[in-house]
Design a protein around this ligand. Sequence first.
Ligand SMILES: *[C@@H]1O[C@H](CO)[C@@H](O)[C@H](O)[C@H]1NC(C)=O
Ligand SMILES: *[C@@H]1O[C@H](CO)[C@@H](O)[C@H](O)[C@H]1NC(C)=O
Length: 326
Amino acid sequence: MRPASYLLIAIAHLQIISFSTAADTQPVTSRVPGETAKKSDTQPVTSRVPGETAKKWCKVYQKSCPIQVGKSDGNQAYPGEFPHMAAIGYGEESGIKWHCGGALISEKFVLSAAHCSNSPSVGPPKWVLLGAVFLINTTATDGSKGQIHPIMRIIRHPEYKAPANYNDIVLFEIGPAITPNPRPLNSKELHPACLSENRTLPGKQALATGWGRVEYFGDTSPNLLIKHLQILELSVCEEAFKHITKKTLSMGFVPSMLCAGVLPGKRDTCQGDGGAPLHSFLMNECTYEVWGVTSFGSVCGDPKKPSVYTKVFAYISWIEDIVWPA
Ligand SMILES: *[C@@H]1O[C@H](CO)[C@@H](O)[C@H](O)[C@H]1NC(C)=O
Ligand SMILES: *[C@@H]1O[C@H](CO)[C@@H](O)[C@H](O)[C@H]1NC(C)=O
């Protein structure tokens, strides 16, 4: 049994770092990839090559090859197949609601979407579920279906300003599991995914995984579903979303977004898939590489209506500075 005080400690430490807090906007987290340190900077700024640190850690994490990764040709994930897949939970421990997805990218951090960092009805997320495939009735006392970690710190991208859809990326720092018999986060069943390298993605095949709705306004799925998608040119999304409001997409589509789907429709991510990874299996390296974070879409699975993902490589330095500080 965990000590009763643990939950209180976890909540007390829950800290949300976001744009709205002036003190948090430090140059070190708002740097753009490749930008070099200016003489006037008072903050220590690293001169790391974007993506190099993530690549180094990728080599460390891939040593434990998951049991069945890359084998699924169907639409339902096997247990252990996506050892980095996370569900993001809201509400109290006795009745957690899983409304978003995420990806474990180190032994302490889960990558997700900034729009998942606050729910209008239940506030900020408090829990991360790892190692689960079925979500029905998963509670903090049911360790057999996965393990639950408290979220200790929410680090939203400093330039995410809801309701605008830009910079829709967040990091959740997690604490030790509160469920019995947790597995280490570098084991066969549970381990971090690699982050995207600087790749040209349009035309490539990718997988999106999530517990989102199976159809628009339909039921959410209790099983972790796999969607086989193609990365499309941004112009395809531009055309598909040309009627979207100025408030959410005032600058149009930008290179830090990815457009993915299947034309003509049917396969898509949907409500409840927010924050979940868009990834690809690296055959020789026995791991997944996360290319995108599920951000927004329109009517799921509609012909010519792909969805939009936050492009992970566009934020690689921001992620590296938080997850693996120099
Ligand atoms: C989920 O919990 C409810 C209430 O405890 C129960 O009635 C239901 O059968 C459970 N469903 C599953 C699939 O275990
Ligand atoms: C990414 O790759 C492109 C094309 O090879 C290159 O022009 C660009 O400088 C690279 N960016 C980074 C941050 O390495």
